[in-house]
Structures are given as structure tokens and as C-alpha cells.
Design a protein around this ligand. Structure first.
Ligand SMILES: Cc1ncc(COP(=O)(O)O)c(C=O)c1O
Length: 504
């Protein structure tokens, strides 16, 4: 079976549609992790993912009659774009069925490549069912995303390129896994020629269908599948890929959402390319492998499999990156609600970089602070930070691994105080340097109470900070003088309707 697959890979026709992508060195990552790290750049394909290889190769196997009738797939992702492009190049009609909830940008991308898009059902299963009905009705040929030997053979051409482009030492190749078409093709070719090179699959922990199948000794259907990395959100590993790869691959590593986000940033820093989360998955696994095995001086290659991400998602990805690197501890801290206690808290935190601060007056006895504090990569000193705060008399809850807190509460914390009180609200630009916050707090008069504080580090030269202050009556007319003396740019927002409506 292996030899037959290798022959199919060598005979696969992909280059009329796909290009041979380069392998980029990753110098920053290599230095950081003491290993030579390489990235195979499938994000540079004309459809921004490797999927064109398998789709095109499959299409070249069709008979003239099949081509005349047209092809169909149910997909909202990269397969849809790959198939649409392959069909257009061959002058074949392509129909893509997508769930109605598919983002408009993806619908447009597939239409732009000349395919007919049919929106059907609320979920993928309903779209797939409709595709089957259309096949019966019109005689279209179904082009599967991964469970097909010709699709696997097309993806396997990546393995051919890797061995040709990198003839020297190569210890392991890290491959993202959805339905398994990509890893099956790469593993078949590489293991046939270079059995010494490890093939390691990488899965998102909430869609780890290969891992589940290997543990059970057979293909299983996951009850639920996380969709953060939609390219690999598959509930059951493909039959053809599984049979082919199960004795070839060396290991499977699963990674978290935060680790994938961190890998998106790593790829950007080394190549200036923006990967989609599934595209960065393999690098997240590579980093975990180094962490788990202590590998040093090895040559490790990962496949950046795609770059089809919505621009709007980047903000969220960036936010989760610090957490993925475990460089940030997220804590809920309870402090006394009285003048000076916010400053005392900042002093206890000490010189550590504060990445986020949210604080809202709740009642007259205590206040809850949502705070992000930078810790060493890997988070080894997180407990030390928590212990220090507890020794300082603070009640601390560690929210670093709390999904609800990271996704929602950070944006919602605060709101209206439970009792009526007067405060002055100002928006500031603080220089993003250690000590800027302490400088601000130190220069305010001691009897002004901070009743609202919101800050998030954005990696820019200036941080944007919203501050509410309870100012004694006699000081009201002097507020501007005090703030001018501090020297940070500011705007009074006490009469801003957004503040009045939601926070006053
Ligand atoms: C960007 C990206 N990476 C990885 C995969 C996983 O490929 P496979 O389903 O062949 O395992 C996909 C599948 O669509 C993808 O779009």
C-alpha cells in the first residue's frame, strides 16, 4: 500500500494549479529554542492554502463525462476555494454547498473563483446532505476534502518538495491534522524514503480526532468539535488517511487555542506572514515538542498550511497570544475601597509589567481588580506573583486558565456602582514604560479615590487609560492643574454620553 501511494504521489499533477512553495528559515524562533526551525510556506499558494494540491489532482483523474456534468463539495473552508480554483482552471462547473451561517467573505471568495455557491442549512451536516441530494439529481461528482487516495496523493507532493528542497539533516516534520489527508500524504512519501525523519501530527485539543482514533485503535466520532481552528475542525479522521498513516506517524501532539494564537505571532515575527490558526497549528506543536523532549540542536520543520483568516479575528488572536506564551498571569484581586489602596496595590505588584488593569467602584467597602501581569515565558514564576500578593494581604483568584474570564469578563468587568456617588472621569495617554502608572498615582493628591481604571497594553508607544476619581469638593476646580502637572495628555469624559449611559 505504501509503495502504491508513493507512486501516486510521484505521478500527482498539481503544478498546473499549485506552486512549489519555499521553506523559510525562522531565525528568531531558532535562536529562542536552540534548534533549527524551518517553515514550509503553503500559505503562499494561489488560494492561500495547500488544499489546491489535492483538489486539483483529484480533478485530473475524472473522466470527460464526469467533467461535463460538473463537481460538487460541501465545505465552507479552504477545500471550497481549492476546488473552485481547480474547476475554473479545467473549465469544469463547480457547485459548493455551504451552511447559511458561513461568513460572507468566504462565500465571496468562492464565488470570485467562479464556483456556484448554494447556502443550505444551519450546520455543516445539513449542507453535506443537500450536496448528496444534488449529486443524485444532477450527476455531479463529489470531490472529498481528505478521504480519498488521489486527494492524499496531491497533498503528498508537499513531502516530495520538502525532501528535495532540504537535503540535509531533518529530525522531524510537524503536520496539522484535520481529516488527515495532508499528514497521510506527507508521511507516506517521507517515511518511504527517509524513515529516520519523525512525522508528528498536531491537533487542536478540542478537535483531536486522530489522537482519539489512535487511543481507541479505530476511528471514532467526537461528540463535539471546537471551531476556533475551523480548517481542522473535523469530528472523525478519514478512513483512507487513517489506514495509510496509523503505522507511519511517530506521535500526535495536541495544543490549546492560546498556543495556536502564540504561534500565529511567532510566524509573523519570523516571516511577516499572517497564518490562520490552523496554519500555525503545526508550529504550536513543534514548540510543545521542544518543551516536552528538551530537544536541542535538532532541525525541525513545520508546515504553515494556510492564511485564510478574517482580518477582524486578528485582534482576538493577538489578545490571546500573551496567554499562549504563558507570559501573562490573569488575576482577580480584592482590595479595600479607600483612597491610596490602589496605589498600595501597584506598589506590591512592583516592577513587573502590568498588561491590563480593570477596576470599578462597586460598593464602599471593597473593590475587585482584574489585572494582567507579565510573568516569565512558560509561567514558571506565576505562583510567586500570586504568593507575593497574598502575603501583602490580598485575596487573589488565578483566572489565567479561565475561558469565561479571558473571553468575556475582561471586557465586561465593572459597570455601574451599586450606590450613587460623584466621580470625575478622564481619558489619558500614558507612555508605555514601567513606572508610568506609579508616577501618575503618586502625583495625585492622597485623598482622591480611584473609582474606575481601565488599561490594556497594546504594544504601542502610548497606552490608553480611562480613570475615574472621587475628588473632594474643594479640589474640583483644581483638577486640571493637577493633571497638567503630571504631563500626560488627557481628555475630560465625565459628560461623555457613553460614560453617562453605561457607567455613571
Ligand atoms: C489551513 C489548513 N490546515 C490544515 C488542514 C488539515 O488538513 P487535513 O484535513 O488534510 O488533515 C486544513 C484542512 O482543510 C486546512 O484548511
Amino acid at each position: 500500500m505504501l509503495e502504491a501511494t508513493v507512486k501516486k504521489i510521484l505521478q500527482a499533477r498539481v503544478y498546473e494549479a499549485a506552486c512549489e512553495t519555499p521553506i523559510s528559515p525562522a531565525p528568531f524562533l531558532s535562536r529562542r529554542f536552540n534548534n533549527q526551525i524551518l517553515i514550509k510556506r503553503e500559505d503562499l499558494q494561489p488560494v492561500f492554502s495547500f488544499k489546491i494540491r489535492g483538489a486539483y489532482n483529484k480533478m485530473t483523474q475524472l473522466t470527460q463525462e464526469q467533467k461535463d456534468k460538473g463537481v460538487i463539495a460541501a465545505s465552507a473552508g479552504n477545500h471550497a476555494q481549492g476546488l473552485a480554483m481547480a474547476a475554473k482552471l479545467m473549465g469544469v462547473k463547480a457547485v459548493i454547498v455551504m451552511p447559511r451561517i458561513t461568513p460572507e467573505i468566504k462565500v465571496q471568495a468562492v464565488r470570485a473563483r467562479g464556483a456556484k455557491v448554494i447556502l443550505k442549512g444551519d450546520a455543516f451536516a445539513a449542507a453535506a446532505e443537500h450536496a448528496q441530494e444534488l449529486i443524485k439529481e444532477h450527476g455531479y461528482t463529489y470531490i472529498p476534502p481528505f478521504d480519498d487516495i488521489d486527494v492524499v496523493a496531491g497533498q503528498g507532493t508537499i513531502g516530495v518538495e520538502i525532501l528535495r528542497q532540504h537535503a540535509g539533516r531533518l529530525d522531524a516534520i510537524f503536520v496539522p491534522v484535520g481529516g488527515g489527508g495532508l499528514i497521510a500524504g506527507v508521511a507516506a512519501y517521507v517515511k518511504y524514503l527517509r524513515p529516520d525523519i519523525k512525522i508528528i501530527g498536531v491537533e487542536a485539543e478540542d478537535s483531536a480526532c486522530l489522537n482519539a482514533a489512535l487511543e481507541a485503535g479505530e476511528r471514532v466520532v467526537l461528540d463535539q468539535v471546537g471551531v476556533f481552528a475551523e480548517g481542522v475542525a473535523v469530528a472523525q479522521i478519514g478512513e483512507v488517511p487513517f489506514a495509510l498513516m496509523k503505522d507511519l506517524i511517530d506521535d500526535v501532539i495536541t495544543v490549546t487555542t492560546d498556543e495556536m494564537c502564540a504561534a500565529v505571532k511567532d510566524i509573523f515575527e519570523d516571516t511577516r506572514a499572517v497564518a490562520e490558526t490552523s496554519g500555525a497549528l503545526s508550529l504550536a506543536g513543534l514548540k510543545k515538542y521542544i518543551q516536552q523532549t528538551g530537544a536541542e540542536g535538532e532541525t525541525l520543520l513545520c508546515i504553515n498550511s494556510g492564511a485564510n483568516t478574517n482580518f477582524d479575528r486578528l485582534q482576538h488572536i493577538a489578545e490571546r497570544t500573551e496567554l499562549g506564551e504563558q507570559r501573562e498571569a490573569i488575576l482577580a484581586v480584592t482590595i479595600a475601597e479607600k483612597p491610596g489602596s490602589f496605589k498600595k496595590f501597584c506598589r506590591t505588584v512592583g516592577k513587573r509589567m502590568v498588561t491590563e488593569f480593570s477596576y470599578r467602584y462597586a460598593d464602599s467597602s471593597e473593590a475587585h481588580i482584574y489585572v494582567g501581569i507579565q510573568v516569565k515565558p512558560g509561567g514558571e514564576d506565576r505562583q510567586a506573583v500570586i504568593d507575593k500578593l497574598r502575603e501583602g494581604g490580598y485575596q487573589v483568584e488565578d483566572l489565567t486558565d479561565n475561558e469565561l474570564a479571558k473571553l468575556h469578563i475582561r471586557h465586561l468587568s465593572g459597570g455601574r456602582p451599586s450606590e450613587r456617588f460623584e466621580e470625575e472621569v478622564y481619558r489619558f495617554e500614558f507612555p508605555e514604560r514601567p513606572g508610568a502608572l506609579m508616577n501618575f498615582l503618586t502625583q495625585l493628591p492622597h485623598d482622591w479615590n480611584i473609582s474606575l481604571f481601565h488599561y490594556r497594553n497594546h504594544g504601542a508607544a502610548y497606552g490608553r487609560v480611562l480613570v475615574g476619581m472621587q475628588v473632594p469638593n474643594g479640589d474640583r476646580i483644581h483638577v486640571a492643574e493637577y493633571l497638567d502637572a503630571i504631563g500626560y495628555r488627557y481628555w475630560r469624559e465625565s459628560d461623555n454620553p457613553a460614560y453617562r449611559l453605561f457607567m455613571a
